[in-house]
Write a protein that binds this ligand. Structure first.
Ligand SMILES: Nc1ncnc2c1ncn2[C@@H]1O[C@H](COP(=O)(O)OP(=O)(O)OP(=O)(O)O)[C@@H](O)[C@H]1O
Length: 318
């Protein structure tokens, strides 16, 4: 495990409003790490602090063990949330211009540009003006511009938004390949299914505070308890009395039973009372999407003790 980036104790206020409270995490070479959180949680402020666009009030950004020097521009790639930055320029010209800004050799840049244009289904578009491309095509070019110079750290802000399912798959493959070849990737996304599919570790922030930090496996193991969905008309009071049931949600004839953390699923199934009506039953783990909603809406399905232990393992368990 090679720690490429350490963010330590970031604090930031805008006027008298504090938006980051002691934000700390690491990104390792070769991993895809997700930064998650509801709107306004502080993700962009964190990313801007890493990029050196914003100065945090406290804390540091350490790259390759070097503190306070900022990250050299040729070592970092950034796909910002804002899209469509370049209009009246041709695809290849903008890619080569950006590579040159990062001191990357032009012949290699041209070769990489052609390679990625082909991979992302943009072959033959190198002389087209950016404004003539569709939104999705322009976004793919912007992605290429963020990796043209082979950065060690790649920050992707909502890379999949606006892409069709086929393009999403292609981009997923390329992002995974970059991680496999050693790039450290920090990915911000609201699409929890994609995060679940792609990321090794997650950092979740809410109102400027860290709420979850750990490997996806830890998060799942420690937080994504089992839930049992029963289709059939049942009295909620009967379901609530079943051992190991923490909470029941009911809509029409469907009941979702959230179970305690250490439940042994096969044994638990045998404890179901005979009088329960079961037309259909599924038992699965709570998804990252549900974990996110639980935290973002302050439902606190996750007990404080569990959250505490997750935060403790976050930095060390990858
Ligand atoms: N330049 C600024 N001046 C004042 N307040 C700001 C500024 N930038 C961000 N904020 C505030 O800081 C908080 C965190 O914002 P930030 O953009 O980091 O959230 P985010 O997690 O990226 O949200 P989103 O998912 O909506 O992009 C918000 O309350 C926002 O209003």
């Amino acid at each position: 495990m090679n720690v490429l980036l350490s963010v330590e104790g970031l604090e930031k206020s805008f006027k008298d409003k504090k938006v980051l409270h002691g934000i700390s995490f690491e990104v390792h070479s070769g991993e895809i790490m997700a930064i998650l959180g509801p709107n306004g949680a502080g993700k962009s402020t964190t990313i801007r602090s890493i990029m050196g666009i914003l100065m945090p009030d406290e804390g540091s950004v350490i790259f390759h063990n070097h503190k306070g020097k900022g990250i050299p521009r040729n070592k970092i790639g950034y796909l910002p949330e804002e899209r469509g930055l370049y209009k009246d320029v041709r695809v290849m010209d903008i890619l080569l211009y950006l590579a040159e800004l990062k001191d990357y050799p032009l012949d290699k840049a041209k070769q990489r540009a052609m390679e990625y244009l082909k991979k992302l289904d943009l072959e033959g578009k190198e002389h087209v003006k950016m404004e003539e491309l569709s939104k999705g095509m322009a976004q793919k070019v912007q992605f290429i511009s963020s990796i043209i110079h082979e950065p060690e750290l790649l920050i992707l802000d909502e890379p999949f938004s606006g892409l069709d399912p086929v393009s999403q798959e292609v981009l997923k493959t390329e992002i995974r390949n970059l991680a496999k070849s050693g790039t450290a990737i920090l990915l911000s996304s609201h699409q929890m299914n994609l995060v679940e599919e792609m990321c090794d570790r997650v950092f979740m922030i809410q109102r400027g505070h860290k709420v979850i930090y750990g490997t996806l496996e830890d998060v799942k193991k420690q937080y994504a308890n089992f839930k049992c969905t029963i289709h059939g008309k049942n009295d909620i009071s009967l379901l609530e009395k079943i051992p190991e049931v923490v909470r029941v949600e009911q809509t029409d004839d469907t009941s979702i039973l959230y179970l305690t953390k250490d439940v042994e699923a096969p044994k638990w199934l045998k404890t179901l009372p005979d009088e329960i009506v079961i037309n259909e039953l599924t038992l699965d783990r709570v998804s990252l999407h549900e974990i996110f909603i639980d935290i973002a809406t302050d439902k606190n399905l996750l007990k404080d003790s569990e959250r505490q232990s997750l935060e403790e393992v976050g930095g060390t368990n990858a």
